[in-house]
Design a protein. Structure first.
Length: 342
């Protein structure tokens, strides 16, 4: 954990030590105490600042990146933002490859932070030469003195959460946490926090929110990588069509699939009921608690981690036309509360 200081030497020192906030109105129907680890308080407005800095510090230690070098990464935007902070403070160039479903706000923010952006098609297989993985790999080969962290397999990703996010959650709850709930993408957050918490108390349940169109839940339950599980979806930041090395399935107790619609509606509900303007995956993580509430009791202390800030989604989840175009508003088959008139 980084020390709390009166004056920080640079912005990177302010990463971590984010607040834990009780959820009140929205959680009235949940039998347990529900606490949110609100990661948008990080300087890049997401949890990914933690692992971005860790990957760069590890690379510096191992001599993988030299002064004036270029960082190249495939990112859904938040890792890019964390890398941008590290690159600016430490003096590196940054190139990000993004899939074209990522919000325009995320791309504009990365450009504002001086990053070069390559937008790649979403609907191609990971091994296709145009996928955001392949383009990053190619640029890494072409550009001298470049470093490709590859957040999916880089051990610094889960390490950051094992060394900072996990200990913070344990201390903030005085060890009373019984459940940890979070959306899963690269797996760094759930695996690092999950490993730390299980070492402290193996009875703590670690729950991962997955999307329809992602391979995690089926793989966790059957050991089968089923390509039929892969199709495009709208939720940003969670679910994968690959098995990243950072997903440590052994510390995860349960995956729950969350629909695009429920994730989006619950994200809006969190803003209206708790005043938290959060990213799309926050709604998915909270919806998991709703879908699992029959297993909770009044003595349980559930910590849900909210990955990022809603400013990156104002043109999407928080835009009524965008929601209506996808049939997410005022239709009957939602399990989430539709607050469009709220
Ligand atoms: N939510 C958002 C908004 C994200 O950007 C990410 C990172 N892809 C996640 C959830 C998932 O976190 P992790 O990669 O640590 O599993």
């Amino acid at each position: 954990m980084r020390p709390v200081k009166k004056i920080y030497d640079n912005l990177l020192e302010t990463i971590g030590n984010t607040p834990m906030v009780k959820l009140n109105k929205i959680a009235e129907d949940i039998p347990a105490t529900v606490l949110a680890k609100v990661e948008y308080f990080n300087p890049g407005h997401s949890v990914k600042d933690r692992m971005a800095l860790q990957m760069i510090e590890n690379a510096e230690r191992d001599g993988l990146i030299k002064p004036g070098g270029t960082i190249i990464e495939c990112t859904s935007g938040n890792t890019g933002m964390g890398l941008a902070l590290a690159a600016i403070v430490k003096g590196y160039k940054l190139i990000c490859t993004l899939s074209d479903k990522q919000s325009k706000e995320k791309m504009d923010i990365l450009r504002a932070m001086g990053a070069e952006i390559h937008v790649c098609p979403t609907n191609v297989a990971a091994e296709h030469p145009d996928s955001y993985y392949s383009v990053a790999e190619r640029l890494n080969k072409e550009i001298p003195n470049s470093f490709y962290p590859f957040q999916y397999d880089n051990p610094g990703n889960a390490q950051a959460h094992y060394e900072s996010t996990g200990p913070e959650i344990w201390e903030q709850t005085d060890g009373k946490i019984t459940h940890f709930v979070v959306g899963v993408g690269t797996g760094g957050t759930i695996s690092g926090v999950g490993k730390y918490l299980k070492e402290k108390n193996p009875n703590i349940k670690i729950w991962g929110a997955d999307t329809y169109g992602s391979v995690f839940k089926k793989y966790h339950e059957t050991g089968e990588f089923d390509e039929n599980e892969i199709y495009s979806y709208i939720t940003e930041g969670i679910g994968e069509d690959i098995l990243p090395k950072n997903v440590d399935f052994s510390v995860i107790d349960h995956f729950e699939k969350i629909t695009d619609k429920d994730g989006a509606l619950v994200t809006r509900e969190l803003a209206k009921k708790e005043g938290m303007l959060l990213g799309y995956s926050a709604g998915s993580a909270y919806q998991m608690i709703r879908q699992m509430k029959h297993t909770l009791t009044k003595d349980d202390v559930v910590v849900v981690l909210f990955h990022d800030h809603g400013s990156r989604y104002v043109g999407k989840v928080f835009n009524d036309d965008w929601m209506r175009d996808r049939g997410f508003l005022n239709t009957e088959n939602s399990t989430a509360l539709d607050l469009v008139k709220g």
